[in-house]
Design a protein around this ligand. Sequence first.
Ligand code: SAM
Length: 329
Amino acid sequence: MSAPEWYSETITPGVRVSFEAGRVVHRERTPWQDLVLIENRPFGRVLLLDGATQVASADEFAYHEMMCHVPLLAHGHVRRVLIIGGGDCGLAEEVLRHRTVGQVTQVEIDAAVVRVARQHLGSVNSAVFDDERLKIVIDDGAKWLAARQEQYDLILVDSTDPVGAGAVLFTEAFYRDARACLAPGGVLVCQLGVPFLQRDTFVSAVHNLALTFPVLSCYLVAVPSYFGGHLAIGWASDGLKPDDASLELLTVRASAARLQTRYYTPEVHLASLALPRYIGEAFEEGCKPLLSRKSSTSTMPAVAVQPPDPEAPPAPASTTTRSRSARGG
Ligand code: SAM
């Protein structure tokens, strides 16, 4: 009997995490990256790009539910969604569970990721390929967005870490183009990695967001296959905050959406905004450009104003920062 094959991810210099491949389901060198899909006992099917874990069929629910339901339920009126990256299509599946969403455009740079995910990750994405609301574009998300006039209620950046093709998705220029494509009341949500191991990348991404947006926040999710502690998800908008909707309102919205979730609950939604001190401090450090803008602009209110009618579409512009925050390869 041959020895089992192991796939190792160098998380950061000095730390390597290995997955045993019960079976290598697919391996290919795409025009963009090395793609490997393996079968692992606890994690199920695991997709690695250039050696970095992207998605595991056993725990993808945690990441995808939190990336999707937090902004959708906090906003309450999302109709048009743009996903940048997200080639495994698990995030698109989660978004399309919301029947009120009318249109999802996904811009993924690597056609091979979508093809392999469609063929081999059915438990993650099978519902999406026959859904007429989804349009998949194969292009560089940053270039594509820079040429757009359309507006979106929600932009989700489900990217690889800021290396290679993914690096551009963490830049100020990209965030500026994204802000220009947000409809009034719209929100940008992006994966910012694991702050414990990737503090510098995290601070730098928050800094670039803070150069661009007046309202920033960060919330956390525990994804077992992402080694190193909490994964941070960034929130940026012109006014709406992730906790503008009360627990009661989130509960009403979640129940109206008839969501069957395994990680998200309205309670977890609000609790995920509480940052451990070391992450809160890193987030504050990244927010410096925003904080200094505020202190030098006397006309900016210090606190965002809650819309009077909680069911009304969110107000487009107010300013506040909530304390909070990149898994690096
Ligand atoms: N959830 C994962 C994580 O946290 O690492 C990300 C999953 S998803 C597979 C990431 C996708 O981003 C990959 O399929 C990759 O090809 C895509 N990507 C990287 N850079 C991109 C770019 N500039 N434009 C569009 N897609 C990009």
